[in-house]
Write a protein that binds this ligand. Structure first.
Ligand SMILES: Cc1ncc(COP(=O)(O)O)c(C=O)c1O
Length: 305
């Protein structure tokens, strides 16, 4: 079929490399090949029992209908509490989404106009580039250096900003480098964002998989950045819930309302039993800690000084 019939934005993006590899590994496994897939960020734990049980009970109780699109009130209230207690973010504007991936995508769709630029420190997760293009924006890579331990500096940021820049995506802890944002970098970013009047999309989906007493810093907690930071997070990684598809964004009221407008016409809501399971996940931090300790043991096993 002629390429002319397709949305031009689609022609600029490829398939997701990680999903393509995951699919390939699945096919290999199905044909009896003993392969270990490291393609996707998929915990090898099953969803913890208390989470599973909460969902089973919810299904049996008939919690299988449409819910309010923003997310059930009990889950949104619990997310708001978590943001306040753990991340020092006071925010009641929350939209529950099918995974953190859609959370980021809908935030980009809400904010971008054709030709707007989005800065992405790289190496980065594979999907940001494509998501920005799909939303009509232009991804601008900010190449961080291995020799500098992938440190974000004012010079690098200034070298890649332009009058068209609207957003910078910050992913900490980072996929794929594992780098955790430092206080010093957060201050540099905060001044930069204010100077250039930008929004930040803070992808914090790996916040709980953190080692060596490192502190997870959310730019959403910086008072001077109020109204500029959209925090995206999800349940896939910390609660081994990749298949349940639950995530969220929180941030400025107008941005969340606009994202919800898109959401209403594309998603409606996510299943209530998944949301009830997500609520249980937030109430069982000991399960997250059990998995984190196991990841740490494995890291120690492989780590070479
Ligand atoms: C950095 C990063 N952000 C977001 C996601 C998406 O997570 P979710 O399953 O919640 O959509 C992933 C998944 O691999 C990721 O690596």
């Amino acid at each position: 079929m002629s390429k002319a019939v397709f949305n031009k934005r689609l022609l600029k993006i490829g398939s997701s490399a990680s999903i393509a590899l995951m699919d390939k590994a699945r096919v290999m496994k199905a044909s009896g090949i003993d392969v270990i897939s490291l393609a996707g960020g998929e915990p090898d734990f099953n969803t913890p029992k208390p989470v599973e049980n909460a969902a089973i009970q919810a299904i049996r109780a008939g919690r299988t209908h449409y819910t309010t699109g923003r997310g059930i009130p009990s889950l949104r209230a619990r997310i708001a509490e978590k943001l306040e207690v753990e991340n020092h973010i006071l925010c009641r504007n929350i939209l529950v989404t099918p995974g953190c991936k859609y959370a980021i995508s809908v935030a980009l769709e809400a904010l971008l106009n054709p030709g707007d630029e989005v800065m992405i420190p790289t190496p980065s997760w594979v999907s940001y580039d494509a998501m920005v293009r799909l939303a009509g924006g232009i991804p601008v890579s900010v190449p961080l250096s291995f020799n500098e331990e992938y440190r974000i500096s004012e010079e690098l940021l200034e070298a890649h900003v332009s009058p068209r820049t609207r957003i910078i995506i910050i992913n900490t802890p980072n996929n794929p480098t594992g780098r955790v944002l430092s206080r010093e970098e957060a201050s540099v970013l905060s001044a930069f964002v204010l100077k250039h009047d930008l929004f930040v999309i803070a992808d914090e989906v790996y916040e709980k998989i953190i080692f060596d007493n490192k502190e997870h810093i959310s730019l959403g907690s910086y008072p001077e950045l109020k109204g500029r930071v959209i925090v995206a997070n999800g349940f896939s990684k910390f609660a081994a819930m990749t298949g349940w598809r639950v995530g969220y964004i929180s941030g400025p009221e107008e941005v969340i309302d606009m994202a919800y407008r898109i959401y209403q016409h594309t998603m409606t809501c996510i299943s209530e039993f998944s949301q009830i399971a997500a609520l249980a996940a937030l109430n069982h931090p000991e399960e997250t800690e059990r998995m984190r300790k196991s990841y740490l043991e494995r890291r120690e096993y492989w780590y070479l000084d």
